[in-house]
Design a protein around this ligand. Sequence first.
Ligand SMILES: [Zn+2]
Length: 482
Amino acid sequence: MAYQPTIGLEVHIELNTKSKMFCGCLNDPDERHPNVNICPICTAQPGVLPVINKEAVRKVIKTGLALNCQIPEYSKFDRKNYFYPDLPKGYQISQYDKPLCLGGFLEIEGKKIRITRVHLEEDTAKLIHEKDYSLVDFNRAGIPLMELVTEPDITSAKEAREFAEELHLIMHYLDVSDADMEKGEMRVEVNISLSKKEGQLGTKVEIKNLNSFRAVEKATEYEIQRQAELLESGKKIIQETRGWDGIRGVTVSQREKEEAQDYRYFSEPDLPPLYFTKKEIDEIRAEIPELPQHRRERLKREYELEEKSIKFFVYNKDSGEYFEKVISELPPNLPEEKLLKLIKLSSNYLITDLQGLLKGASPAGEDFLITPENFAEFITLIYKGEISSKIAKQVLGEMFSTGADPSHIIEEKGLVQITDVAEIEKIIKEVISKNPKAVEDFKKGKENAFQYLIGQIMAKTKGKANPQIVKDILQKTLTKIK
Ligand SMILES: [Zn+2]
């Protein structure tokens, strides 16, 4: 029997603010030394008062707006009371009934996944468990943490992964978080239940702390299978929290939920409530850049790029922006067909050859020397046939290391293409007389003998001969030989 999975996500994301949520300590997730970025506030000394980090509030609102949420004009912080060794105050400052953002959605492959809320809270300290003792590092305590909750609109493991990937990309576009999952800057929790009929809900199981897109997909897949097998054999699903064991590829029970925990939420008395004017919200809205989905659609419409190239330019945001700058530097008033060819050529060189040179660095980096204008000139030279693809590689390498303009490089290094028919004919004759065996093979119908001869000619001219002219003349010369 087929079961219908109902899946909702809860995602925690550490914001990339300069300082922590309620004190002036540095928010540095890369700090290697424990307990360096700490103060009386984030270690919960008696008598201290928290102060709200405005930048963190703005970043959550920016995220909410980008995800089509409503921003209520009134919001507040609450205390969530529970005791845990990584929580020195004995409570976490979070948001309960008045979150910053309500009711948005994120579109995945044309399907709207509704977002219930996005709120702001503080991260806890980090516990390091040794063999017979545990250590606590307060560097993470008080880092601004955004929590996003979706409605249970997701129906497959693939969709859960796609949602996480798209959200991650949006975090980068908005510059609100580095969202490095390996470092725990973005942590996903999957809530999943199975039922026989759509609209009916089964028993909910939570899978906590998923630290990679792969883990989100694999853990969800596994859990759907596990629950379906239990139901099929007439067993009951236990409401519980499970963890993902990536090595064994299984989810494991962590604790059973008897009843909802009572956190005795109450309004944080040490922090003022937040009120926003329309003007303040509009200012934040104006800071939102073009988002991935919009860019995808525009790249397709404006440049007619292939899906693969669009994916690359949307995911590698800086390369995408550089690509558009190059296109804007192409010669003006080109006929449509010619322009599209140049666009495709630019996109190909940016995605393959340039990436090879960049080795993971960004074209937005300070030490990247090729101006969009020079890159556009480079592409035009290839298109006009003034340099072969072999010489192009050499020129691009030189442009990359010196930032020089391509026509200068070509002139200076003597890389101008040989298009003089008489000169090419002369070289072909030489090659033919030195390779009688290949000529004979060609006469017997061996196609690779022809390629071999082309290779010899190109080697002799150091790749400078125009390949099309070489091909044509070689073909003609060979047919003349009896
Ligand atoms: Zn502090």
